[in-house]
Design a protein around this ligand. Structure first.
Ligand code: ZN
Length: 187
């Protein structure tokens, strides 16, 4: 491994370990869309969106958190485990984008809109990447039984959440806007 300086080697290792961990934890899950894509495809897409648009110094932590962003919400993973394996920065980013699952779905969705403007820059980026990926799969493979109105409502809600995240990453926001335009085009 000559050629890669120690910091970069640690960055590459961190992101790779996060991808490995997320793929294993979500191994038996699929996306809601009719194509039943493996859930890991969503995580890879979110991580890629972040990697391609972020220029901040701790980009590796952000991309690792992108891989892990649904582990607390959708798998048997606790915050202490993330902190032990990936450090406090990654663990706190994932915690920031995790909904309180004890609340009803409508309330969780309302809180996402309300909380978005108060999130850290990194958490906002994960939110925008997550909603971009969700809209893309809604366009490519809508869930069975989702009527036009339900899709339109989802798009409108995603836009409300992202409205509270704007002003931190223009390149990422641009990708979100394109995903909205495409999703609207299918209605
Ligand atoms: Zn997600």
């Amino acid at each position: 491994m000559s050629g890669l300086d120690p910091d970069r080697r640690e960055d590459v290792a961190l992101v790779s370990r996060a991808a490995d961990f997320a793929a294993r934890r979500h191994a038996d899950q699929q996306r809601k869309g009719a194509a039943r894509e493996p859930y890991v495809n969503h995580l890879a897409e979110v991580a890629c969106l972040l990697a391609e648009t972020m220029g901040e110094p701790d980009a590796a932590a952000l991309v690792a958190a992108g891989w892990l962003h649904d582990t607390l919400e959708d798998t048997q993973t606790d915050p202490e485990e993330l902190e032990r394996l990936f450090g406090p920065r990654v663990a706190s980013l994932v915690a920031e984008v995790t909904d309180d699952k004890s609340l009803p779905k409508v309330e969780r969705k309302r809180r996402q809109v309300e909380a978005a403007p108060h999130k850290s820059v990194g958490a906002k980026a994960i939110k925008v990447a997550d909603k971009t990926s969700n809209l893309r799969s809604l366009t490519a493979s809508p869930p069975e039984g989702w009527e036009r109105q339900r899709i339109a409502d989802y798009i409108a809600w995603a836009q409300e959440v992202v409205a509270g995240c704007r002003g931190t990453n223009a390149a990422l926001e641009d990708r979100f806007d394109r995903a909205v335009a495409e999703a609207r085009g299918t209605l």
